[in-house]
Design a protein around this ligand. Structure first.
Ligand SMILES: Cc1cc2nc3c(=O)[nH]c(=O)nc-3n(C[C@H](O)[C@H](O)[C@H](O)COP(=O)(O)OP(=O)(O)OC[C@H]3O[C@@H](n4cnc5c(N)ncnc54)[C@H](O)[C@@H]3O)c2cc1C
Length: 511
């Protein structure tokens, strides 16, 4: 067949550019066209990278030098808990690493990162139309996919069409495969702020000496999360001094208090938290950079067919708590790039296409049920969440980070939770997650929720992708089992009065 291109990719952000780059690496002769709607990227959202997405960017995409020069090194994930808005800042519970991170991760300005990656794809020989919007798609399998572009009414035909259009989910919607994940009703509001307090400032050294001496890394470069009942807020530094901050909340448990506009509502909410108040007292949301999404999670029931495939957010999205967005983009874009390149070189890839359709829903469902389902019921309780956090991250290291660093080329061609080992791991993680939810519900019912959200810090040595992860796994298990013992005691305790219904930053709103 005589097509205009071998591959047309809709969307030139992270997933589209990564897919194009990987196809050109594997098959330099491939004629790849990227169609990107926007003339320039805005800052988007999704600034914190994980060990897995960072491994993909540094080892597979080859961005280590760029990331080191142009973006910030991230120093782990740190969580803050409190039990009343009046609590003193240095009485709040802190959980996070004591030292610098052992594995490279980054705080990225997505506009800059995505532009750089797109340039890499263009340098590798991909053609780029920009600004150009895909207006119409016709899928005809082996006869080619036709795409109408809003750029002088151009039409092109290609053997493969890759949807990397993000939440626009062009193909999933066109083909009727789009499904909202109604079991997880979460929403997000975020902005970039100026004037945010430095977590490591000298005046805080004078004011909060114990806080300063407890930690051997700078807290400013961490992804800091404020945790509450039914919500969490991220605080992420960006190169140049601006700070990204946003809230994600489960609307079954929490509603963002009303206010004049979403920037004010977000800011006012952060100020009701003792840690947020110290950090955001003099901060201002940058005008024009305030955003909101409702109904965050969704997925596509089918992610590929003869001549088409979805990658990144165009295939699905779950929850940003542990920043897995770019992990999904990494696995899906790498997997799809591989089978598309092999097909263009003459290989029959029917089995790979079928595997992607079978394994994607397993990966999505397992990732959701293990780490996120109903987590918002316990994330405001420091004891339960610290147990969950240690167990979650240790499982992530065993299941994904260690294999990714051992053999990245192999690991990024295997979609997570595959095979018997994947199923067994999913069952174990789901089990403790369900238990932590049950323990939280008992604590809420008996007035014990967030009781121990004061006066302690858990500063651990840091996660390392080898057997030393066992130490943190053991710590998480002990904390969980201790919470089970407390639960036994609470089973026989008399129920406390129902907690007051208020939209507080810290107190449970509903049982
Ligand atoms: C609140 C929130 C916080 C998050 N935090 C993190 C985080 O800390 N870390 C992390 O890894 N992930 C995070 N994520 C997820 C992350 O933002 C996404 O996973 C990631 O941006 C997806 O990249 P993508 O390239 O697939 O899609 P996008 O970045 O959405 O890019 C899609 C591209 O397609 C283009 N496009 C759309 N329609 C058309 C069309 N018709 N024609 C041509 N072009 C088109 C768009 O212009 C855009 O450039 C977060 C998400 C949310 C909602």
């Amino acid at each position: 067949m005589d097509f205009d291109y071998d591959v047309v990719i809709i969307g030139g952000a992270f997933s589209g550019a990564a897919t194009a780059l990987m196809i050109k690496r594997k098959h330099p002769g491939a004629r790849v066209l990227i169609i990107e709607k926007n003339a320039a990227f805005d800052r988007k959202v999704g600034e914190s990278t994980t060990e897995v997405s960072s491994c993909y960017m540094t080892r597979i995409l080859g961005l280590a030098n760029y990331l080191g020069h142009e973006q910030l090194a991230k120093q782990g994930l740190r969580m803050w808990f409190c039990n009343s808005p009046e609590q003193k800042f240095d009485d709040c519970v802190e959980i996070g690493p004591r030292y610098n991170a052992r594995v490279q991760t980054f705080q990225v300005d997505r506009a800059k990162l995505d532009s750089h990656l797109l340039q890499c794809a263009a340098n590798a020989g991909s053609e780029l139309w920009r600004p150009a919007k895909v207006a119409k798609i016709e899928l005809k399998g082996a006869n080619g996919q036709a795409v109408d572009v809003d750029l002088g009414q151009r039409s092109v035909r290609a053997r493969w069409l890759i949807d990397a259009s993000g939440r626009a989910t062009l193909l999933a919607r066109k083909l009727g495969h789009y499904r909202p994940n109604n079991e997880h009703p979460i929403n997000a509001v975020w902005a970039r702020f100026t004037g945010v307090k430095d977590w490591d400032s000298y005046d805080w050294r004078e004011k909060f000496r114990d806080y300063m001496d407890a930690c051997r890394t700078a807290r400013s470069w961490a992804t800091n999360h404020l945790m509450g009942h039914g919500w969490w807020c991220w605080i992420i530094p960006l190169r140049g001094g601006d700070v990204s901050a946003g809230i994600v909340y489960d609307s079954r448990i929490f509603q963002l208090p009303e206010g004049a506009n979403i920037a004010e509502r977000l800011h006012a909410h952060i100020l009701t938290n003792p840690v947020g108040r110290e950090i955001f007292r003099d901060a201002h949301a940058i005008e024009g950079d305030v955003h909101a999404f409702s109904a965050l999670p969704y997925y596509s029931q089918k992610v590929c067919g003869d001549g088409w495939a979805c990658v990144g957010d165009a295939a699905g999205f779950i929850d940003p708590l542990y920043s897995p967005g770019l992990d999904f983009c990494s696995y899906t874009s790498n997997y799809v790039a591989d089978f598309v390149a092999r097909n263009l070189m003459g290989e029959d890839v029917t089995a790979s296409v079928a595997h992607y359709n079978e394994q994607y829903p397993i990966m999505y469902r397992s990732w959701f049920e293990t780490l996120y389902k109903d987590k918002y019921y316990y994330m405001g309780d420091a004891e339960l969440m610290s147990a969950g956090f240690l167990l979650d991250v240790a499982s992530y290291y065993f299941g994904l980070v260690i294999p990714a660093y051992r053999d990245p080329e192999k690991a990024f061609l295997e979609l997570p939770f595959h095979g018997t080992r994947g199923r067994m791991a999913a069952s174990a993680i789901k089990f403790y997650n369900r238990r932590l939810v049950a323990l939280a519900k008992r604590r809420l019912a008996t007035g014990h929720f967030a009781r121990r959200n004061a006066g302690w810090r858990e500063l651990y040595d840091g996660f390392v992708p080898d057997s030393r992860v066992m130490k943190l796994l053991r710590k998480g298990l002990l904390r969980w089992w201790k919470a089970e013992l407390t639960n036994l005691r609470l089973m026989f305790a008399s129920p406390a009065a129902t907690p007051a219904k208020r939209q507080s930053a810290v107190a449970p709103m509903e049982v």
